[in-house]
Design a protein around this ligand. Structure first.
Ligand code: SF4
Length: 324
């Protein structure tokens, strides 16, 4: 069997994850980014800068761009960014609360190179969803968006973030996703990041309860043949260890154009305001092999509190000479 590819084998990323803004209308209890109505960064990329980055992504022939948030669909220039990418041959994935996906928006997406749209729905009932996601799109809006997307042939994915208050609705949520025509039901262990980390003791389900929910979801999926179940296998502690050993060929662009290794790690070795996307890719490769990142990940094994820095953007001094 040939050896597994490493990031150094790739001349460009295979995909970019891009947070256009940190602003949204929600104050969701389990938000891993601590986004919200007053959480836009003061230095977010403007329209011209974002379009320049989109053109570079297309020119570099990066096949795939995934948008998360904050709420990407609330950014005034989001459609121009999508059109630039789609026209340039880049497939788009969107993570959204669904509140802006009316018939006209879904029609526009259906005409583009959209791989899938993920809508966050954290319960099978309005009561649970809206308790967990205050200020974000209502249950009716989120499920309505999933229904419209599916009906129009845009792959619609239900994202269910499990916690101690909604586990009991997991199977019912899967059943409703089936009824709505979703193609995938996405879930995984609650991530100890952002607002979820702040409320960890009250929000985190026990490992046994999570395991029982996984078992129940798998049994229901086997019984009714609904959407494909995509259950992320790792918690955040395992995720960062595995990514250090085997980094993905992807970059994360945060709202001000800095480029991070992973949302759980505070290191931002690249800056798309100053560097081309190919130079950023080189910085990213070097940073994963740096002593600062290795030390931080090693410390996280015993100091979970370090993850409170996840949403910061630290430089990586040891690679400065190599990228100068
Ligand atoms: S989960 Fe989404 S809608 Fe909720 S606060 Fe975070 S970014 Fe905003």
């Amino acid at each position: 069997m040939p050896p597994a590819a490493s990031i150094e084998d790739f001349s460009a990323p295979l995909f970019v994850a891009w947070q256009l803004t940190n602003r949204c209308t929600g104050h969701c209890l389990a938000c891993c980014e601590e986004s919200g109505p007053d959480k836009a960064w003061s230095d977010e990329l403007n329209r011209e800068e974002a379009l320049r980055v989109a053109r570079q992504i297309a020119e570099a022939r990066i096949p795939y761009a995934a948008f998360g948030g904050g709420e990407p669909m609330a950014v005034p220039h989001v459609w121009e960014v999508f059109e630039t990418l789609s026209d340039g041959g880049v497939a788009i994935k969107i993570e959204t609360d669904g509140g802006r996906l009316d018939d006209a928006a879904v029609e526009r997406l259906a005409a583009m190179r959209v791989d899938n749209v993920q809508v966050s729905v954290d319960g099978a009932t309005a009561e649970i969803h809206e308790t967990l996601r205050p200020g974000a799109a209502s249950f009716a809006a989120a499920t309505g968006a999933l229904r419209r997307l599916s009906a129009r042939g845009v792959p619609a994915e239900w994202v269910f973030v499990p916690n101690s208050r909604n586990l009991h609705e997991g199977v019912a949520a899967y059943e409703l996703a089936t009824e709505l025509g979703c193609s995938v039901f996405v879930t995984g262990p609650l991530m100890r990041l952002g607002r979820a980390a702040l409320a960890w003791d009250s929000l985190a389900p026990s490992p046994a309860d999570w395991a029982a929910t996984v078992e129940a979801l798998e049994a229901r999926a086997a019984a009714i043949g609904g959407p494909r179940l995509a259950i992320y296998p790792w918690d955040i502690e395992r995720e960062i260890q595995c990514r250090l050993e085997s980094p993905q060929a992807m970059i994360l662009i945060v709202p001000n154009g800095r480029v991070k290794l992973l949302n759980a790690l505070p290191f931002a070795p690249g800056d798309l305001r100053r560097q081309s996307i190919m130079d950023v890719w080189r910085s990213y490769q070097l940073a994963w092999r740096s002593r600062e990142v290795a030390d931080f990940v090693a410390r996280c094994r015993s100091e979970l509190g370090l993850l409170r820095h996840a949403n910061e953007t630290w430089p990586v001094p040891s690679i400065a000479a190599e990228i100068a």
